[in-house]
Design a protein around this ligand. Structure first.
Ligand SMILES: [Zn+2]
Length: 198
C-alpha cells in the first residue's frame, strides 16, 4: 500500500460540513499524525503511517476499540482509515465495532421496549444471532463526512454501507469482491412477496 503524505488541511465535505470546532480538531489530529510519524517509524518502520494514523485517531476518538473484530475485517477497515487520513485528510472514527452476544441482546430488548414490538425494533437493531456487530464484521463510524468517505471508497476494502436509515453502519462483505452492494431500507428488512408470490 503506498500512500502519499497529505499536504492539505482536513477535507471539508461539501455535503456534511463540520462545525468550526470539529474542523479545528480534525486539522489538529492530522497535524498530530504527522508529528507521530517519527515515533511510529521507530516503533514500526514499515508501517509508520498506519501506526501514526491509529495513534492520532485513538486520541481524537478515545473510545474506539477494534477488539473482537475478525482479523480481515479489522485489517481492511484500518487500511481504509489510513488511506482516508493520509491521502484525503479525512478522519474515520469507530463508534462501535464488535459487540458480544449479551450486549446486543440487551440493546435489542431495549429497542423492543422503546418501539413497542420486536417487529419495529428490528428496523433499528437486530437480535444477536443476526447482527454483524456480534459476528465482528460491522463498524459504526463517525463523523458524517468520514462515513461519506467510506461510502465512496469502502468497496475497495470490501466495506459497504448496508442500510438507508443508518449512514454510520458499514459491514465487511468480501463476497462482493468490490462490486456495488444494493442497500436495504433498514435492518431486518425483508422484501414483500411480489404479486402471486408466496
Ligand atoms: Zn451498526
Amino acid at each position: 500500500m503506498s500512500i502519499s503524505l497529505v499536504h492539505r488541511p482536513a477535507a471539508q465535505s461539501p455535503h456534511y460540513p463540520e462545525s468550526t470546532r470539529d474542523r479545528m480538531r480534525s486539522t489538529a489530529t492530522l497535524v498530530l499524525g504527522r508529528l507521530l510519524l517519527l515515533p511510529a517509524f521507530l516503533r514500526s518502520p514499515r508501517r509508520s503511517r498506519y501506526v501514526a494514523c491509529q495513534w492520532a485517531l485513538s486520541l481524537r476518538f478515545p473510545r474506539t476499540s477494534l477488539t473482537g473484530l475478525t482479523p480481515e475485517a479489522r485489517r481492511q477497515f484500518t487500511q481504509a482509515q489510513t488511506i482516508a487520513f493520509w491521502r484525503d485528510g479525512q478522519l474515520i472514527g469507530l463508534t462501535s465495532g464488535h459487540r458480544d452476544h449479551a450486549e446486543q441482546e440487551a440493546y435489542f430488548a431495549q429497542k423492543v421496549v422503546e418501539t413497542g414490538s420486536a417487529a419495529h425494533a428490528r428496523r433499528y437493531v437486530l437480535p444477536a444471532a443476526e447482527s454483524a456487530h456480534v459476528a465482528g464484521t460491522a463498524f459504526d463510524v463517525r463523523p458524517r463526512a468520514g462515513a461519506a468517505w467510506l461510502e465512496e471508497y469502502g468497496a475497495a476494502h470490501d466495506l459497504y454501507r448496508t442500510y438507508d436509515n443508518e449512514w454510520w453502519h458499514f459491514e465487511y462483505r468480501p463476497e462482493q469482491q468490490g462490486r456495488a452492494l444494493p442497500r436495504l431500507p433498514h435492518p431486518g428488512f425483508s422484501p414483500a412477496p411480489g404479486p402471486g408470490g408466496s
